[in-house]
Design a protein around this ligand. Structure first.
Ligand SMILES: Cc1cc2nc3c(=O)[nH]c(=O)nc-3n(C[C@H](O)[C@H](O)[C@H](O)COP(=O)(O)OP(=O)(O)OC[C@H]3O[C@@H](n4cnc5c(N)ncnc54)[C@H](O)[C@@H]3O)c2cc1C
Length: 432
């Protein structure tokens, strides 16, 4: 079986862009052509139309995690028990929500301004559980969400069953007022395809080494070099590859599947013409979506691993997807899956990102913790702002939150991370 991302297959690919095979000089070098790097490129190009901006990606642009994710645009996370209104943690939750709301607005602005057709649906989505004890404090959570401007309501019983077409979920909070769903490959492809000509984009052009000398940054590639005045590192889970040694971030590998269109009468009556999204309340639980065209998406594996997944490993992950779908929609089987793929995101211990000036004229961001669709869009612009020397209350908020936490050195970290992720998955087994 192929590791083929359904979103990319359904969106269609952009024409290929050249590989960098010569030496170039630039005012700005952006490393990474995902949501964050592309958003930074748009911001810089708008502010400095006459400057030379080079964007490099080690693979195709717009085909990394930014295209391979589940397409939840997160403004409002579900508050944890220690973040509820009236607890000392509420202040931090309020700041995170302020950033989340700004991120959602930035995303909408980009989609509107660049006229990106990405199945954007700002009707919100659900935090839903099979086991009621996995959604405790629902009333207090709704009150807390309302206090930060979200529009949240409780669902259970028939109302929930008929909305999702499944008996599996016992209770849910539907949260709108900022939260949205989109087709991620279409969104990030839209960002790439609408770049102005002043941004030179090179694909299959991995930065192998980044050094500063003679007042410039020198990015070495296999067949060329970019000499740049300023560098933005937007490589998501792979920030150590561009020389950021202590970011406090680590890569996590996730896998997902999308079904064929479910056109039989049974599914038509169960799903009607609706679309919806469900997030688990547990990090190891499943993400499920009903997509336009009556396809289902499931993402229910997450792990810390050092080696790439082989074919047999992908097949085992696909088996997990089938089991997850069958629990919710009996009757589906492996033949109903059309695409299965993996992707990497960057996690941190605290759940907060790395967002920093790494060195003189070198800035980087990483550590999306699974909500980089909206936040990455905002971070790209704010990273460019920081590099220019602009300040704003929002940038101060982001810098104030950017404490990824301490990671023990490897191999101790590797052992701990594998064990912790396995525990999260076990804890969420009934929600997968
Ligand atoms: C399965 C899955 C589900 C997810 N679901 C959601 C979700 O529902 N909502 C949400 O908000 N977030 C989700 N995420 C996270 C989200 O996808 C990321 O936060 C976001 O895409 C990060 O964007 P980015 O631009 O920072 O990084 P990426 O999209 O990873 O882009 C980084 C780019 O850098 C390139 N690169 C790496 N190294 C080099 C190098 N040395 N030289 C040149 N280029 C390099 C890569 O090829 C890549 O294209 C999910 C992630 C995964 C994997």
């Amino acid at each position: 079986m192929d590791n083929r991302c359904g979103w990319i297959a359904l969106a269609g690919e952009s024409p290929p862009r050249p590989r960098l095979e010569r030496n170039l000089q630039a005012d700005w070098l952006i490393i990474g052509g995902g949501i964050t790097g592309l958003s930074a490129a748009h911001s810089l190009a708008a502010q400095f139309p006459d400057q030379r901006i080079v964007l490099l990606d080690r693979q195709r642009v717009a085909q990394g995690a930014s295209a391979r994710n589940s397409g939840f645009a997160v403004s409002h996370e579900l508050p944890t028990a220690s973040e509820l209104l009236g607890t000392p943690g509420f202040n931090g939750y309020q700041v995170a929500s302020r950033i989340g709301v700004a991120a959602g607005q930035e995303l909408r602005r980009r989609i509107d301004e660049l006229a990106i057709d990405c199945e954007f649906d700002d009707g919100g989505y659900h935090f839903a559980v099979h086991k009621p004890e996995h959604l405790r404090h629902a009333e207090a959570a709704i009150e807390t969400l309302a206090a930060v401007g979200a529009d949240a309501r409780y669902l259970e019983g028939d109302a929930l069953r008929s909305r999702l077409g499944s008996e599996f979920y016992a209770r849910a909070i539907h949260c709108a007022g900022g939260n949205a769903l989109l087709q991620p490959a279409r969104y990030v492809r839209g960002l790439a395809d609408s770049l102005p000509p002043s941004v030179k984009v090179f694909e299959n052009s991995a930065v192998l080494d980044l050094q500063r000398s003679g007042g410039h940054w020198h990015a070495r590639l296999e067949a060329g070099e970019v000499r740049a005045t300023r560098v933005l590192g937007c490589v998501g889970a792979f920030v150590n590859r561009v020389g950021v040694r202590r970011s406090g971030t680590f890569p996590l590998e996730l896998s997902a599947s999308i079904t064929r269109p479910l056109s039989e009468a049974r599914w038509q009556s169960l799903f009607a013409e609706r679309t919806w999204g469900v997030l688990s309340t547990l990090p190891g639980g499943a993400t499920v979506r009903l997509l336009p065209g009556r396809r289902l998406l499931i993402r229910n594996t997450v792990e810390y691993r050092q080696a790439d997944l082989d074919r047999a490993g992908l097949q085992r992950r696909q088996h997990e997807h089938v089991k997850g779908l069958q629990k919710r929609f009996p009757g589906l089987d492996a033949r109903d899956l059309e695409y299965t793929w993996t992707g990497h995101l960057s996690g941190t211990r605290s759940g907060e990102p790395y967002f920093a000036r790494v060195d003189q004229d070198f800035y980087a961001v990483s550590g999306c913790n699974g909500s980089g669709v909206a936040r990455g869009t905002l971070w790209g612009r704010l990273l460019a702002d920081m590099a220019i020397g602009s300040s704003s209350p929002l940038l101060s908020d982001v810098l104030g939150q950017a404490n990824p936490g301490y990671l023990p050195p490897r191999p101790f970290f590797d052992v701990g991370a594998v064990a912790r992720m396995a525990w999260e998955v076990r804890r969420a087994r009934l929600e997968r």
